[in-house]
Design a protein around this ligand. Structure first.
Ligand SMILES: NC(=O)c1ccc[n+]([C@@H]2O[C@H](COP(=O)([O-])OP(=O)(O)OC[C@H]3O[C@@H](n4cnc5c(N)ncnc54)[C@H](O)[C@@H]3O)[C@@H](O)[C@H]2O)c1
Length: 449
């Protein structure tokens, strides 16, 4: 693994010189020299097979033109010839077979030539040979089929029952069902702890070099976060999945998509006082919410399940700091426009464009001008997978050297937070509708009088 410090990190060290007071005893950040692009590393050492089970044969696992995600590709690079995908579990057998065929037609055939396709985890458990016992299970099925204790939607609990201690990777969000599902999430998190299972959740933005640099500036300068401001503008024209536009399936844009920035807010601001969350939304049936370039037929979605076009939320953190989040589905084309700001005494850390080409603007007490740091070729999806495998393989003597930055329990808290925003915006909307109904009724009564 590369050991050279990046120039941005060196800059932070210079920057932290003036007021630096050392790193806190337990870092919540990782060593930036470990965040290395895939093409700059050789795969992990060792010669034994590393068995993996994939749950879900969709975009997150095998890639698509929707974005850079593709877990199979990163695992191939991390594990090299050690990777053996023993099972691919997906009720859509044809889709699973097709993606496997593509892999078998390529140079990574050794990882997939013996992969067996199953419709359910149960089928795999019944047919698994001792040689096929997995070292890691990667869960990339849609969130409505997981994250709960209900039979059929409890794949994490089934894994923990059949394979206690076998590492899991779970995609975000941990569930979508309802606010109450968070309680199921805590039960799953407890079971993960009790079985000493390594588990990572797919909040990959935490692994961005820029995000880790922000953490370092805060830790090395002993800063206390005063405020976070998050803005996430999605290119809605590029969202062609009908489920995304249906709150009953995706949970809505805050729970499904804005969750990444809600999670970042918590990563920097700490726990949120959920009672303090206020939110407003611009809805599909309001004049300003009309979208001209939707690629799906929204008339097929029940009106009550159509997603808001914009949501604005504010809250207090338990620390006393304040936070805000604006999510808009307003852009056309393909690139999103996202920014995330953190303020502390004398400091502004502004992350711009984290999905496409991250740039971090830093203002310090030394200089009113912001300095910009860019991070070409950063690949947080690879860093996320790489850290998980390093933790499973236990290759580091220093336990902080390889870290999982998003635990299951932590992700449950993000899930609760996103639900608190959705619920607050729905309450505001209901109150507004009631007020206008009451107003109309009063007006009618006045006219009759
Ligand atoms: N971190 C990121 O940036 C990122 C990006 C994309 C997707 N995701 C997440 O990944 C998850 C999957 O998204 P996707 O885009 O791959 O969806 P997708 O629709 O492309 O694929 C999902 C696959 O899961 C299968 N499936 C359905 N029910 C299943 C079950 N019970 N067991 C196993 N497989 C089942 C479907 O048949 C489908 O093949 C979602 O939670 C999504 O939010 C995260």
């Amino acid at each position: 693994m590369q050991s050279r410090r990046t120039s941005a990190t060196a800059a932070v060290r210079r920057m932290s010189g003036r007021r630096g007071s050392g790193i806190s005893s337990r870092r919540s950040s990782i060593d930036p020299t470990r965040l290395v692009p895939m093409d700059k590393v050789t795969h992990i050492g060792g010669g034994d097979d590393f068995n993996v089970v994939f749950i879900g044969a969709g975009n997150i696992m095998f890639g698509s033109d929707e974005g850079p995600w593709n877990h199979s590709f990163r695992l191939e690079h991390k594990l090299g010839r050690r990777l053996k995908v023993v099972a691919l579990i997906d009720p859509a057998i044809d889709r699973a077979t097709a993606v496997l065929q593509k892999k078998c037609d390529s140079f990574v055939v050794s990882a997939y030539q013996d992969t067996r396709v199953y419709k359910t985890l149960d089928d795999f458990v019944k047919n698994m040979t001792p040689k096929e016992r997995p070292r890691a299970i990667i869960i990339g099925s849609p969130p409505m089929f997981r994250g709960s204790l209900q039979p059929g939607r409890d794949v994490e609990m089934q894994i923990l029952k059949h394979f206690p201690g076998v590492a899991m990777f779970v995609e975000k969000p941990i569930a979508t069902g309802s606010y109450e599902h968070a309680q199921d999430g805590y039960v799953i998190a407890k079971m993960i702890t009790e079985t000493k299972t390594i588990c990572s959740v797919g909040y990959m933005l935490r692994y961005l070099k820029a995000v880790q640099l922000m953490k370092q500036v805060i830790e090395e300068n002993n800063l206390t976060v005063m405020s976070t401001i998050a803005r996430y503008a999605a290119a809605y024209e590029a969202i062609a999945k009908a489920d995304w536009w249906d709150k009953s399936k995706s949970g809505g844009p805050i729970i499904e998509q804005g969750t990444h920035f809600c999670d970042l807010s918590r990563y920097f601001g700490g726990e949120v006082d959920l009672e303090s969350v206020h939110a407003h939304s611009l809805e599909w049936d309001e004049n300003a919410g009309q979208l001209s370039q939707m690629r799906i037929d929204e008339s097929k979605i029940a009106p009550e399940n159509r997603v808001p076009r914009a949501t604005v939320a504010t809250w207090k953190y338990d620390s006393g700091a304040v936070g805000s989040f604006t999510h808009v589905a307003s852009l056309q084309g393909t690139d999103y426009s996202c920014e995330f700001e953190v303020y502390a005494d004398g400091y502004l850390l502004k992350l711009v464009n984290p999905y496409v080409q991250p740039v971090l603007y830093v203002r310090t007490p030394d200089d009113d001008r912001e300095r910009a740091y860019s991070f070409p070729d950063d690949d947080p999806f690879f860093s996320e997978v790489s850290h998980l495998i390093d933790v499973i393989e236990d290759i580091e003597e220093d336990p902080e050297a390889a870290q999982i930055l998003s635990s299951y329990e932590d992700a449950v808290r993000t899930y609760e937070f996103t639900w608190a925003i959705r619920s607050a915006s729905e309450r505001s909307r209901a109150a507004k509708l009631k007020a206008s109904r009451d107003g109309a009724k009063a007006q009618k009564e006045n006219q009759t009088d």
